[in-house]
Design a protein around this ligand. Sequence first.
Ligand SMILES: [Zn+2]
Length: 435
Amino acid sequence: MNYNIEKINQISQLFAEVVEEALQAEGKAEVLIGDVEMSMREGLRVIGQQALQGLLEVADGKVEAEIKCDCGGRLKYQRRRETTIWSVFGKVKYERAYYAGCACGKGCAPVDRRYGIEPGKVTAGLAHLVALSGINKAFEDGRKWLKEYLLFDISENTVRAETQNMGDLQRQADDKLIQNMHNEASLQKREHNPAPAPDILYGSLDAAKVRIEPRDPQEKAAESREAWRDLKAGCWYEGEIVPPRQRSTRQEAKAEREGTVLRARNKKYFCDINKAEQFGKLLWASACAVGADRARLVVFICDGAVWIWNLIAHYFPNAIQIVDWYHAVDRLERIAQEAFSDVAERQAWLESVTEDLWQGRVELVIEALQTLAKKSNLAKQSLGYYSDNLERMRYAQFRAAGYLIGSGVIESGCKQSSPNVSNSQALNGVWTAPS
Ligand SMILES: [Zn+2]
């Protein structure tokens, strides 16, 4: 933003004096930088609050005797009327011209309309911050967090309402996306202006249990009545080689073994609390939005749930299907834990089966599990997992083709409980991470 430097300099000087005076008046023996910062933040907030009030109060300009109503009728000037909004600087009261007297019964304040203000409500800027905190934290925690950042108090109910509002908006956006994929006109428009498509596009899907915060205070008081629901989440992304200089220690070790290290980029999340069939529609619509239908190849990296592979086979019959490497290995580790009490024995078994899996020799992994099945329940239970997913675990082939074989994208998405504000949100209800 281009400010008038001269005026900013004057304000800054004056503001420094005001802060200095306020700190002296407090009479603390020792003033540290934190005290100075806090005093400045509080001062800036008050300045913002007053400046916003001032700006809105002079925004009317020349007042007309009559203006046009939305209904086509006429509205007459009444008087300057006061209203309140909640802004990022806190509560702001201001007076502006108010018109009424149309046959339709509606009134109007042109200033509110011009700035997109809803009298008595939270501004768009504050709503965004409030919803962010409500998505990432339980409402009560969100409120405390906001107070630290914004230096004023917002009620838990406001956090709840704004978060739900944001979820509703995301839901509308998702519905629109789905509708557009069935709408001839928007499909044609898309056909004429194709967005650049990635060469290989990756997709990951997963489900997580999420705890819905009860909306009703009574329900909230009854601790036992926690509402857990199934969240289905997905992520679209591309793969890129991690440049040597950006590698972490773990990636460095990986690079030594495998030559290159890939990572996910351009991640786009989507999620819903809904049945698999409905989630499939969102999967397809979001796929089209990222150009999946024009990518040379679509590769899915998922954990084994059957409904996931069914959806993928339905919408993307030509896609490559890979069981997430980390899930496949993690299961072997858990089996080893259960089956061997002797550390050396356990280590030896695990190294051998991990190597087999790494080389895509899934048949040998299954044989090893069959041998263990008598003494390990988990080994027995896992036979189906490895045999059903045999072709999805040909890791040597996948690596040779240059594909990513594992990605934390969807795990981290579900664990954070808020994949990404611009691409998915709490939707029907507002949810928090299981603790
Ligand atoms: Zn009217």
